[in-house]
Design a protein around this ligand. Structure first.
Ligand SMILES: *[C@@H]1O[C@H](CO)[C@@H](O)[C@H](O)[C@H]1NC(C)=O
Ligand SMILES: *[C@@H]1O[C@H](CO)[C@@H](O)[C@H](O)[C@H]1NC(C)=O
Ligand SMILES: *[C@@H]1O[C@H](CO)[C@@H](O)[C@H](O)[C@H]1NC(C)=O
Ligand SMILES: *[C@@H]1O[C@H](CO)[C@@H](O)[C@H](O)[C@H]1NC(C)=O
Ligand SMILES: *[C@@H]1O[C@H](CO)[C@@H](O)[C@H](O)[C@H]1NC(C)=O
Length: 384
């Protein structure tokens, strides 16, 4: 009993120490931009189903030509992930320095886009009843239209990372007219197929148990807010435990030398997602198909008129896509990336296996990501 209390007290003392060390940990995207002297704006877009989304714009230099670029973040992160590593390595800053008019999107449910015209995120479970299907079919088209409207342009450049590429493919498969509105898609760690993922615990029984558990206890956000709080502290506490949790929830683990990166990732970056959004990815891993949410045979019949969910057809993408993937990315395997390229057909403009050890979060926070990936990405983009 006493032991437990002592442990509790030690843990709390530790929490305070961590807080004191990381005073900058939770700056919002506008705060980071302003801190580095980049003029910025927040735009709100209301979707047809009532979600109020925030777009963070880095204003272009007045004298540059107008080249809007919409940049979409991955799962478990939001727009801040493109700027929080600072001016030298943050993709948002590098794009701004090239004279683009940057629009950093935030999909529904992220802290910046956690609002709705009628539903309350904490009171209405219905608020969380969405997956990346809704992000691709509703959020992304709304963001694209808003940017084009404000900038008076006919089309824009698009940069997606991980889930940011998934929702692009969903948008094009469901709204092919949007091909005309995108000049090029720069796809880092493209995710449509995940059947060859090397990260072990994902898609296994363990994750189905987790999903059931979340469902039974009506937990709509993953990780749930309170668990999440503890989780971040666990990582500054025990490296091994942190790796175990990180691997089972985020599919990412690291070695001891890089443990700071992992802690940094979990404390600065990670935001909760909806249970359904996470589960939809698990279905993709398990089935090997890129298709709509699987409700189970009976409800599928009702929703889709077939016992299996319909697939997203990648051959409907006609916008040129440049894919970037890495051997060391445990989530996006070479095989799965190659399959995306094959199914895109003529729309797969280049498929770049990048050099260097780039694990999944390294696309955002890797030390050498600027020279290994962003420089090439910017070069290719400039041609459109
Ligand atoms: C923009 O262009 C004008 C006229 O060409 C010039 O006077 C001004 O210094 C430029 N501003 C910047 C920020 O480069
Ligand atoms: C949510 O949106 C409503 C309506 O636009 C607004 O009044 C409210 O301030 C927003 N809440 C937050 C937390 O941004
Ligand atoms: C475009 O902007 C105008 C005002 O500038 C607004 O009235 C209109 O509803 C906007 N359209 C879309 C599709 O956002
Ligand atoms: C995908 O779309 C292409 C082009 O419209 C069509 O030829 C093909 O049959 C579709 N594939 C499936 C599986 O629906
Ligand atoms: C990887 O390195 C080789 C040799 O230096 C180079 O030719 C190739 O373009 C690089 N690949 C990428 C994607 O940067």
């Amino acid at each position: 009993m006493i032991h437990r209390q002592v442990l509790g007290v030690c843990f709390f003392i530790h929490l305070f120490r961590v807080f004191a060390d990381k005073e900058n940990a939770h700056l919002t995207t506008p705060q980071i931009l302003t801190k580095h002297g980049y003029p910025n704006e927040v735009h709100h877009v209301t979707t047809s189903d009532g979600y109020i989304l925030a777009l963070h714009r880095i204003l272009p230099d007045k004298n540059t030509t107008h080249k809007p670029v919409l940049v979409l973040h991955g799962l478990f992160v939001e727009s801040s992930s493109f700027v929080s590593t600072g001016v030298k390595n943050g993709l948002g800053f590098l794009l701004a320095d090239e004279g683009y008019d940057i629009w950093l999107g935030n999909v529904r449910g992220t802290p910046s886009s956690c609002n709705h015209t009628t539903l309350h995120p904490n009171r209405d479970p219905k608020f969380w009843d969405f997956s990346w299907h809704e992000m691709g079919t509703i959020d992304l088209p709304a963001m694209v239209d808003h940017v084009l409207n404000v900038t008076h342009q006919a089309s824009l450049h698009y940069v997606g990372y991980s889930q940011g590429t998934t929702i692009f493919f969903v948008m094009m498969a469901t709204h092919p007219t949007y091909n005309a509105k995108i000049k090029v898609h720069m796809a880092m760690a493209p995710v449509a197929y995940l059947g060859h993922m090397k990260s072990v615990p994902f898609g296994t029984t363990w994750n189905n148990i987790l999903n059931l558990w979340f469902k039974v206890f009506k937990i709509n956000q993953v990780p749930p807010n309170n668990l999440f709080f503890v989780l971040r502290r666990v990582c500054s506490f025990s490296f091994k435990l942190c790796n175990l949790v990180s691997m089972s929830i985020f599919g990412y683990k690291t070695n001891q030398e890089d443990s700071n990166t992992l802690t940094y990732f979990l404390t600065h970056f990670v935001v909760p997602v909806s249970r359904k959004q996470g589960h939809h990815y698990m279905q993709i891993i398990k089935s090997g198909y890129f298709r709509r949410y699987d409700f189970g045979r009976r409800k599928n019949e009702e929703m889709y008129g077939s016992s299996n969910p319909p697939s997203y057809n990648l051959s409907l993408v006609t916008t040129k896509c440049h894919l970037f993937y890495s051997r060391d990315d445990l989530l996006v395997s070479e095989v799965d990336a190659a399959r995306v390229c094959k199914e895109l057909g003529g729309a797969c403009a280049s498929s770049n296996l990048v050099n260097g050890t780039i694990k999944h979060p390294d696309w955002l926070i890797g030390n050498r990501i600027g020279e290994l990936v962003y420089s090439k990405l910017l070069n290719i983009m400039a041609d459109y």
